[in-house]
Design a binder for this molecule. Sequence first.
Ligand SMILES: [Zn+2]
Length: 96
Amino acid sequence: MKKINVDEHHGICRTVDELGRLGFPKELREHLDIQARDKVEMIAGENYIILKKHQETCVFCMERTEDLIPFREKLLCASCLEELCGLTADNRAQDA
Ligand SMILES: [Zn+2]
């Protein structure tokens, strides 16, 4: 990972263009391994915005794992899927 040279007090300053776009400096893209078409999350505070590389998480436990399972346009981890399947099996047993 390439070390970035960021002024601790002022960060990196960029100008927003007329369409509201903002360019990421190459050093930051390399530092966070952000490629073209990657998703970036914007988290707004009262007077600041945090930009964070988006990472897919399980819809239930928010766990970040390489093995997320797509289901109805959502992603589940194996642990939550197993738990859901157990709940479903329990419900079927109670209904019988
Ligand atoms: Zn999960």
